[in-house]
Design a binder for this molecule. Sequence first.
Ligand code: CP
Ligand code: NVA
Length: 333
Amino acid sequence: MNLKGRDFLKLLDFTGEEITYLLDLAADLKEKKKKGIAVKWHEGKNVALIFEKTSTRTRCSFEVAAHDLGMGATYLDPMGSQIGKKESIADTARVLSGMYEGIEYRGYGQDIVEELAKYAKVPVWNGLTNEFHPTQMLADLLTIREHFGYLKGIRFTYMGDARYNMGNSLMVACAKMGMHFTACTAEKYFPDRKLVEECERIAAETGASVSLTEDVETGAKGADVVYTDVWVSMGEPDEVWEERIKELSPYQVNARVMGCAGKNAVFMHCLPAFHDLDTKIGREISRKFGITEMEVTDEVFESEASIVFEEAENRMHTIKAVMAATLGIPENG
Ligand code: CP
Ligand code: NVA
């Protein structure tokens, strides 16, 4: 397997074998890190990290992984660069290609990261767009594989806003890996029809399945993994909160939902999560709408079934694998 020179923009661009290769590489890099074995495969190289939206996990993962691989990293924050304001994406891509060996981009439309990749002469990695969050997918798949020992046949239920980056990406990830994906939410929040059809075509070849349901018991029944994400994503206007709370509250992951799921079901979330009042936005929403938890209850978030922090750690190991593979693994690596 050789992924040198490839971009990492969305999972649809990769085969199941390539995804498995990246997961195996991530697992190997994780083991080496735990044993204190240095993997300075890309000593002397540099990567640019463009963030047009804020981040904790993705930014830290890219920075730590770059450092571990022997590379330098430059973080461009949402305010501190010319991108999109004074300089086009095409020009930015060509400027950064002259200084860096790889470019990460987090921002708005998927078309922007695709444009960046078109003009860049070095690999481009998608650190989240409105439509997709592919590095998160690798972390999620690795975490599920570590927990259950396999991916094929896993029954995966996604609850909440399934028509945005996380719902879309998880549906693709499940289809590619032969898993049974269910989006359990109000019809308005089902993933895009065209993407559902594409995933159904993939699923027909991999033994996966894609289901959409508005019924909580049907959706959660027998699930191995119950997954949710915030009801309002970065870049969406504050005005949508009221509608989201009203329409998505029935799909909150709570003890009743976990009770419907399989006996050994786990809870996952890409994070950050609104599960208590320990955040500024959580408190504001509580004042306005009188709720103390949103997409997941604190009880489930803090339960034994919750593997969200293992999942968060795996962001770093999997992002390291993406960078290492697309920059090229050395002969003796
Ligand atoms: N899950 C995730 O992408 O987290 P950040 O927004 O903190 O990067
Ligand atoms: N759907 C969320 C994911 C955050 C990792 C957002 O786009 O804000």
